[in-house]
Design a protein around this ligand. Structure first.
Ligand code: E4P
Length: 220
């Protein structure tokens, strides 16, 4: 499963790239609002850090507005993927972008049917929001599972990107469900690296090493 970072924080993206685990990045207006500045400049910088897909979200409600924003983003770098929210106009824009060879990520997917339609319209990434479904007492991972199955059964040319990931267990579940991608906040990626037994094990090895060295030094 590919791992994307769900952030507009450049330092986080650089760090994940150094760890060798970064396959792409997703941004959205809320993540951008946390860092501010020029969205275009941030996207350009992210695209220098990773050659993987970098999602840039359009905010227009009408088709022509979505197309204008998306075409603008697509010129920033070849790995930009235009993120379009699921809606009637969103589907039309996705279909038009596909005709123009511009890749899209259909966002705010909360049902397998929405994902199926997005894939048919031509979206290359389908983003079911796991955490936000869990928040309203639904099983968000069911949506991921169903969509993965539908894409496989019907050989649709799209990848399922598990989004709105809230904890490391979501990542394991998305991987087991066969999601091709999961996009994670940086904090979740860090939580995946650490385990209390790993961290205490490193401390104990260091202590034992120091004791052994001290013993060797005392004997010589
Ligand atoms: C990613 O593409 C989504 O915009 C993001 O995962 C949403 O996450 P949230 O539900 O935590 O805001």
């Amino acid at each position: 499963m590919k791992i994307f970072l769900d952030t507009a924080e450049l330092d986080e993206i650089r760090q994940a790239a150094r760890w060798g685990v970064l396959d792409g990045v997703t941004t959205n207006p809320s993540l951008y609002a946390k860092v501010g500045g020029s969205y275009d400049e941030i996207l350009a910088e992210v695209c220098k850090i990773t050659s993987g897909p970098v999602s840039a979200e359009v905010i227009a409600d009408d088709v022509e507005g979505m197309l204008t924003e998306g075409r603008h983003f697509a010129k920033i770098a070849p790995n930009i993927v235009v993120k379009v929210a699921m809606s009637e106009n969103g589907l039309e824009a996705i279909s038009r972008f596909a005709d123009e060879g511009i890749k899209t990520n259909c966002t705010l997917i909360f049902s397998a049917n929405q994902g199926l339609l997005a894939a048919k319209a031509g979206a290359s990434l389908l983003s079911p929001f796991v955490g936000r479904l869990d928040d309203i007492n639904e099983d968000g991972m069911t949506c991921v599972r169903e969509l993965v199955e539908i894409v496989a059964i019907h050989e649709l040319d799209a990848e399922v990107l598990a989004a709105s990931i809230r904890h490391p267990l979501h990542v394991t579940q998305a991987a087991l469900a066969g999601a091709q991608v999961a996009t994670l906040p940086f904090k979740i990626l860090q939580m995946m690296i650490h385990h209390p037994l790993t961290d205490s094990g490193i401390v104990r090895f260091k202590e034992d090493w120091a004791k052994a060295r001290a013993g060797t030094a005392a004997k010589s």
